[in-house]
Design a protein around this ligand. Structure first.
Ligand code: COS
Length: 379
């Protein structure tokens, strides 16, 4: 089999899994706010926890293009499913892959790849969101250890995590990003408290909470990459990858919404014919289709560029900005096509509308993406 045959088979299998097993469970997840254990086992079997982890460590070792192709399929289902394994093959783990030492990779990656160890990314704080370099969590060297103090906010999967990639200040505040280091903190380290789950607008089944570090003592070997001051760049490089993954997710969610819009418009009759026959409805459908195609094309192009080792900071920000904003417009149009039925829970459009709103905010708001794009343009 060629690489493209293998990818085709993986994409087909993911499509079957998403449509036959995830989509039918969406309502249960919405009601219970939990991903069923059987689905988590299937996700483990399919290897999704280790999508980005290199094969020698037990992962699938997918290229960016392969990962994006699979994530577009998974995006067809409610985003909470992907969120459960998203931090383990995304921001929670990428730092170890990008900048970890061999010992750190060997210690954690095989367990993360199996899905037995959930990894979480602790960057955001109550006072440091978009301005990530202003974070105030501190790590102070004490003999062979570091002592970490601070509060991290909106930490996805923290209630399930066994490993936290924690960004903390090891240098003076004036050093901003250069004074930040990353630490691999195990869930059973002393001094960690997980706060109550945040009550969110959407994404039921995906859990976020504060993670509070109080005199949390970790060995010096927990310093990611073994060097102080690397942390901010590790975070940014992890986010570059994760934002492309997010763009693939936005594309998948767009495709689902479009199918819902087309199905409803062809079924629903008004003025004696299906509303799909009316040109104002067709205009909305056409705008959705054109934007979803543009999203897919951008994701594919930038993924190929990243795989070829080209710089993609600007292009990734363009993707995250465009695909998530397009998704917002698509959700809004599909709700409009559904009329009053879009606004009641039975038709599930209101759930999708709430879910997709997050994509323009997390992993860097649209406005931060604009700053990155323009910053790279005028450099
Ligand atoms: N890859 C590698 N290095 C990067 C980088 C990237 N994508 N982006 C920035 N850097 C480097 C810069 O080159 C600079 O290095 P030098 O000091 O050696 O020149 C350093 O990091 C600081 O960069 P910069 O001055 O651009 O940092 P800013 O404080 O201005 O912040 C933004 C940059 C706003 C882009 C950053 O804080 C950000 O992404 N904020 C959003 C955070 C976010 O996404 N949060 C979501 C929650 S986490 S899931």
């Amino acid at each position: 089999m060629t690489d493209s045959d293998i990818l085709r088979a993986m994409v087909d299998e993911t499509r079957r899994f998403t449509r036959e097993e995830l989509v039918p469970a969406e309502e249960l997840v919405e009601e219970t706010d939990e991903i069923p254990g059987g689905i988590i086992e299937r996700i483990k079997e399919l290897g999704f926890f280790g999508m980005t982890i290199p094969e020698p460590y037990g992962g699938l070792g997918l290229s960016m293009y392969e990962e994006a192709s699979v994530v577009i399929e998974i995006g067809y289902a409610a985003p909470a499913f992907r969120s459960y394994f998203g931090t383990s093959n995304g921001v929670g783990t990428l730092g170890i892959i990008i900048d970890g030492t061999d010992e750190q990779r060997e210690r954690y990656l095989p367990h993360i790849a199996k899905g037995d160890l959930i990894a979480s990314f602790c960057l955001t704080e109550p006072g440091a969101g978009s301005d990530a370099a202003s974070l105030s969590t501190r790590a102070i060297r004490d003999g062979d250890d570091y002592i970490i103090n601070g509060t991290k906010r909106f930490i996805t999967n923290s209630p399930h995590a066994g490993l936290f990639t924690v960004f903390a200040r090891t240098g003076p505040k004036e050093d901003r990003s250069a004074g930040i280091s990353a630490f691999l903190v195990e869930g059973n380290a002393p001094g960690i408290t997980i706060g109550p789950r945040h009550r969110k607008m959407g994404f039921r089944g995906s859990h976020t909470a504060d993670v509070i570090f109080e005199d949390c003592r970790v060995p010096a070997s927990a310093l990611l990459g073994g060097r102080e001051g690397l942390g901010f760049k590790t975070a940014m490089r992890s986010l570059d990858h994760a934002r492309l993954h997010m763009s693939a997710l936005a594309t998948g969610l767009s495709l689902r919404l479009i199918d819902e819009g087309v199905n409803y418009a062809t079924d629903r009759r008004q003025f004696g014919k299906p509303i799909a026959n009316f040109q104002l409805i067709q205009a909305m459908l056409a705008d959705c289709e054109a934007e979803a195609l543009a999203s897919r094309a951008m994701v594919e192009k930038v993924s190929h560029m990243k795989d070829a080792g080209q710089p993609v900071i600007k292009e990734t920000a363009c993707c995250k900005y465009f695909t998530t904003e397009a998704l917002g417009r698509i959700a809004d149009r599909v709700m409009q096509i559904h009329g009053g039925y879009g606004y009641i829970k039975e038709y599930q459009i209101e759930r999708r509308y709430r879910d997709v709103r997050l994509l323009r905010i997390y992993e860097g708001t649209s406005q931060i993406q604009q700053l990155i794009i323009a910053g790279e343009m005028i450099k």
